[in-house]
Design a protein around this ligand. Structure first.
Ligand code: MIG
Length: 631
């Protein structure tokens, strides 16, 4: 059952698809006081665990930390952070009572889940303008199901998006991409997608193609497609401010960019240099931007990733002028003490994603004009919606689409990737722990940058990361400019990667089938063990294993040098082991096991038999019907 409470929302976020009547009572079990929603967790052991909040740092059980929904471009995902790229305001309380709560508000909201006072939940929306939904049900799964039905069916990508993808910020030319495809083919490693990062564009102008680096993208896309590979270009949110550039000229003339208080286009600095921000909250502007994707679909492009849509700001024109003023006096011979040094340093550091800048521009939504801060968390969501709506119009086939920033509602239009992680062992676990929270909030097509985006990857890290990512719907290896190369062919012997990625393709009938089922049933593809074994207190405490679909449980190795790990089996299961491409099975009883998982072996567990396809080099060669059953 769902109850809806009204605290004068300023704007319809579009997160929900059902219009429920308002309840006039108080939003029990929360107490509403001093601009907060409070819940005493200790009252008769009312709350034991808290799930949800989507894309966040820390454990599957969110209790004990403080989170802030504020879509943020922050490339250091350490556990002291409060915000990442998504704003997913749904929590699920498990304890004496079980219920979900969705705080539908477009601005900032803080979830203090036993951080300030370990027995208390304090939820503080910045401007108390929200719809609150309290969802109850018979089980954790049932509550999620009710909530998901409220927010509408999740995005389903085309089947080929379940193939393996290689990406790198650093492939600059057609030659770089072709070389990468060749190396995968030579090594016999399956591949479905090659990603184009910002360097394919001409001067980072959205919807342009660099004339020398990709002289004929249409022919090149067709060439790759013959090998079963699709090119997936990036689209950045901001548009280069340059007269003579059609997208800028038209958007400027029609007033489609975010404006400052005087009605002038608000100018920010991102990759293209001085840029402007499309006003995705203005439906006309959103439709106009979405239709620009046609420039690339006309060249044979079938999928996109939307980036920088928190929106990320390196600086604003205003902020930069101020900072330059501060720095200017530096070389004039006057005393330069440490305080001054830190002062100047901070002025420069604070230019990026600056709060004053977010407060300095406005959106023209149908309901009225809004300061960006009040609707910040809707920006990336509406960018993805604009692309999805337009792609549905432009193309007959489903397109691949995923985004960095998101808000609940965006799950209907695309997937999300988890942004700029690091080549750190702990980020394998972080990725695993993020998945169920995102699934609760509707984001099913998701995955992390395999091998880590920032920092230098190693062979063993990549093997372990991939052995986990075999199960994530989005399986993409991506890394940052300047980091060590981390393609599957970059660490000498490629056999181990061939076996792991081949296993992924063999699992696609199971993974895709379970994914579609989860979408259709408003269910989760990844679940904490607690969701399937509600009376098993041990299962409820497991933070590093997940259920994947109806039949599989995973327990990956994420510790450097470990060749075995403890695995909890909540019931009797079959252990499946892939060793050098060979698959073997073994029955294991309920309880704890210490399982050998040497580097290169992929081990997982099944409750019931699952289909396994024949190996294939890409999804167009994959025979979804020709399967054997294992487990
Ligand atoms: O400021 O396009 O998260 O995946 O490679 C960095 C360059 C901009 C951030 C994305 C990352 C991408 C990178 N982008």
């Amino acid at each position: 059952m769902i109850k809806r409470y009204n605290f004068s929302p300023i704007i319809r976020t579009g997160a929900v698809v059902k219009e429920l009547p308002y309840d006039s009572g108080s939003p029990e079990p929360f107490i509403q006081k001093d601009g907060c929603f409070l819940l005493d967790m200790n009252d008769n052991a009312r709350v034991t665990r808290i799930y949800g909040l989507g894309e966040t740092v820390r454990g599957i059980n969110k209790r004990g930390w403080i989170y802030e929904s504020w879509c943020t471009d922050d490339g250091i995902h350490t556990e002291d952070k409060r915000s990442l790229y998504g704003a997913h305001n749904f929590i699920l309380i498990d304890g004496k009572e079980r219920f979900g709560a969705f705080f539908d508000t477009p601005g900032r909201i803080t979830f203090d889940l036993g951080y300030t006072d370990s027995d208390r939940i304090v939820i503080t929306p910045e401007n108390f303008a929200l719809d609150l939904y309290i969802v109850t049900g018979d089980s954790l799964k049932a509550i999620v199901g009710e909530f998901r039905a409220l927010i509408g069916r999740s995005y389903t990508p085309p089947l080929w998006a379940f193939g393996y993808g290689q990406s790198r910020w650093g492939y600059v030319t057609e030659k770089d991409i072709r070389e990468c495809a060749d190396k995968y083919r030579d090594a016999g490693i399956p591949l479905d997608m090659l990603y184009l990062d910002i360097d394919y564009m001409d001067s980072f102008k959205d919807f342009s193609v660099h004339p020398e680096r990709f002289p004929d993208l249409k022919a090149f896309a067709a060439e790759m497609k013959e090998h079963g590979i699709r090119l997936i270009p990036i689209i950045d949110a901001a548009v280069k401010k340059q007269e003579g550039y059609g997208v800028y000229d038209e958007g400027h003339e029609k007033g489609y960019f975010c404006q400052d208080e005087n009605g002038e286009d608000f100018v920010v600095g991102v990759w293209p240099g001085k840029s402007v921000l499309p006003d995705f909250l203005n439906p006309e502007a959103a439709r106009w931007f979405g239709m620009q994707y046609k420039a690339l679909t006309d060249l044979g492009i079938e999928g996109f990733w939307n980036d920088m849509n928190e929106p990320a700001l390196f600086y604003s024109e205003k902020g930069l002028d101020h900072a330059i003023g501060k720095v200017k006096g530096l070389g004039d011979g006057s005393e330069f003490d440490s305080l001054r040094f830190f002062g100047v340093r901070d002025v420069l550091l604070k230019l990026q994603n600056n709060a004053d800048d977010y407060r300095s521009f406005y959106h023209n939504a149908p309901e009225g004009r809004y300061n960006h801060c009040d609707v910040h968390n809707l920006y990336g969501y509406n960018m993805t919606k604009s692309a999805y709506d337009a792609l549905c119009e432009i193309r007959d086939e489903p397109s691949l689409l995923f985004s960095r920033a998101s808000y609940i509602g965006a799950h209907r239009y695309g997937g999300v990737w988890t942004g700029d992680n690091h080549a750190w062992w702990k980020h394998i676990l972080q990725s695993l722990q993020q998945m169920p929270g995102m699934n609760m909030c509707g984001f099913l097509y998701s995955g992390s940058d395999i091998g880590g985006f920032a920092g230098n990857c190693t062979r063993d890290l990549l093997i372990r990361w991939m052995s986990f990512a075999v199960f994530t719907p989005l399986m993409r290896n991506h890394s940052a400019f300047g980091t060590r190369r981390q393609e599957a062919f970059s660490f000498g012997d490629t056999e181990v990667f061939r076996h792991i990625i081949t296993l992924r393709y063999r699992l696609i009938p199971y993974l895709y089938g379970e994914f579609v089922k989860a979408v259709e049933n408003d269910a989760m593809f990844f679940r904490p063990l607690a969701f399937d074994y509600e009376d098993d207190e041990t299962a409820a405490q497991v933070e590093d294993q997940l259920m994947v679909g109806d039949s599989v449980m995973i327990a990956p190795v994420y510790v450097q040098n470990a060749a075995a790990r403890h695995v909890y089996l909540p019931e009797k299961m079959t252990q499946i082991r892939m060793h050098e491409g060979d698959i073997s099975t073994e029955e294991l009883n309920k309880g704890w096991h210490y399982v050998d998982i040497p580097l290169g072996d992929v081990v997982f567990f099944t409750k019931s038999p699952i289909p396994l396809a024949k190996p294939s080099m890409n999804t167009s060669e994959l025979d979804m019907e020709d399967v054997e059953y294992i487990g």
